[in-house]
Write a protein that binds this ligand. Structure first.
Ligand code: HEM
Length: 139
């Protein structure tokens, strides 16, 4: 991970510190509005889901320079997602809506470099989750 990538993601996530939960709530609302077919996959309470997503993003961002430290955690997260019924093509939907939500929350403060940095982090995260999902297939 390029140091600038880590710094850019960390800085933009810091800018929304007081509104992280509100931003993640907004993210799910946008995701379900855009892709209603995903809504039935979510069975649990959405407020709890928001907390878990914020916590997971915090964890990933804290380990950007040391991805090996969180790799096992992310792989098992990916395996659970396969069990939830999440498919590979759903990750691109998630990424698109997440970037849109961040742009909406941050406006001009999320410049092109920061958006590229979020994409890089998300794509690495997705690849690790999908590797974990693949490793557990058939079990
Ligand atoms: C790639 C980044 C993603 C992260 C960091 C993430 C994070 C999480 C976390 C922390 C949970 C809580 C439960 C657990 O730990 O197993 C969860 C559950 C869930 N996620 Fe994700 N997720 C991601 C991508 C996706 C995608 C692409 C989908 C597709 C729709 C998705 C759908 C779900 C569903 C359906 C649940 C279960 C909710 C329930 O049981 O009600 N996630 N996710």
């Amino acid at each position: 991970m390029h140091l600038d990538t880590a710094a850019r993601v960390r800085q933009s996530w810091a800018l929304i510190l007081p509104q992280r939960k509100a931003v993640c709530r907004d993210f799910y609302q946008r995701l379900f509005a855009r892709y209603p077919e995903l809504r039935p996959l979510f069975k649990a309470n959405l407020a709890q889901q928001v907390d878990l997503l914020v916590t997971m993003i915090n964890t990933v961002i804290s380990a950007l320079e040391h991805p090996d430290r969180v790799r096992p955690l992310i792989e098992t997260l990916g395996a659970r997602h396969a069990d939830y019924g999440v498919q590979v093509q759903d990750y691109a939907k998630f990424e698109q809506v997440l970037l849109e939500t961040l742009r909406e929350a941050l406006g001009d403060e999320l410049d092109a470099d920061a958006q590229a940095a979020w994409r890089e982090v998300f794509e690495q995260l997705s690849a690790t989750m999908q590797a974990g999902a693949g490793a557990s297939a058939g079990h």
